[in-house]
Design a protein around this ligand. Structure first.
Ligand SMILES: C[S@@+](CC[C@H](N)C(=O)[O-])C[C@H]1O[C@@H](n2cnc3c(N)ncnc32)[C@H](O)[C@@H]1O
Length: 225
């Protein structure tokens, strides 16, 4: 079983410190929704975000959207061999059930995530998406390890490997792969110390979805070989 987790995912509600900014007020009015119940999105709230710490890293629900779609539509998921998780910048852990049908349309995805932040599980009667908080990245990784998982962090700073060979030679059948859900910068240093392996799959810096696609396909091929 493979667990893929998007870590430090830049998925959060608009912080109260910028809800009165003109660009935020404008987008809230357009959606007919209180600003504090809306997702922060750098493509809409760029000017307001300049006041926030780590502004160039934040407000990227699109990374989470593509990540979840890749995971759910993968062959590995259809084989019942995948667990898909998102750990957010604010220490929230989102579990995505394998049978979830995630909206292809970005605006509908945003609406669904806003509902999840409010209700903590959607749909309420038989939840497919659940949000647990607070749980630190360290505790979340330790939980995966206690469940018998090898922890593999993907980073351009890691040991260069051919992923197909790495998965084929792996002794453990359960592993948790950690991929950064942020557009710039690096993981907290602590995550490097928690990982059993830190791997680089190419000499340049790749997008989170490129790395995720490589993991999903190479793990599936190793399983079937
Ligand atoms: C867009 S990158 C993160 C930002 C990047 N460090 C920067 O400063 O532009 C997203 C994630 O993809 C993974 N990644 C990127 N390049 C990689 C590589 N060459 N090998 C392994 N993982 C990589 C890492 O998990 C990284 O956190």
């Amino acid at each position: 079983m493979l667990t893929v987790a998007l870590v430090d995912a830049q998925l959060e509600l608009i912080p109260s410190s910028i809800t009165n900014h003109v660009s935020v007020v404008r987008s809230a009015r357009k959606r007919g929704k209180p600003a504090e119940k809306m997702l922060l999105d750098s493509s809409l709230h760029h000017s307001a975000m300049q006041k926030l710490p780590d502004a160039n890293r934040r407000g990227r629900p699109d990374i989470v959207h593509v990540f979840i779609m890749l995971c759910l539509d993968s062959i590995l998921n259809q084989m019942g061999e995948l667990r898909c998780l998102v750990h957010t910048v604010n220490d929230q852990l989102i579990t995505v059930a394998p049978e979830t049908r995630i909206p292809r349309n970005y605006n509908r995805f945003v609406g669904l995530m806003e509902q999840l932040f409010e209700k903590k599980s959607v749909p309420e009667d038989s939840p497919l998406l659940t949000l647990r908080e607070p749980i630190s990245a360290t505790d979340f990784v330790e939980e995966c390890r206690c469940g018998g998982n090898r922890i593999v962090l993907f980073s351009e700073r890691g040991r260069e490997v051919r992923l197909s060979k790495y998965f084929k030679e792996l002794k453990e059948s359960s592993i948790t792969c950690l991929v950064g859900g942020f557009p710039h910068g690096d993981f907290a240093e602590e995550l490097y110390t928690l990982a059993d392996d830190v791997l680089s799959i190419y000499p340049t810096n790749l997008k989170a979805w490129t790395v995720t696609a490589e993991i999903l396909v190479n793990y599936k091929n190793a399983l079937l070989s």
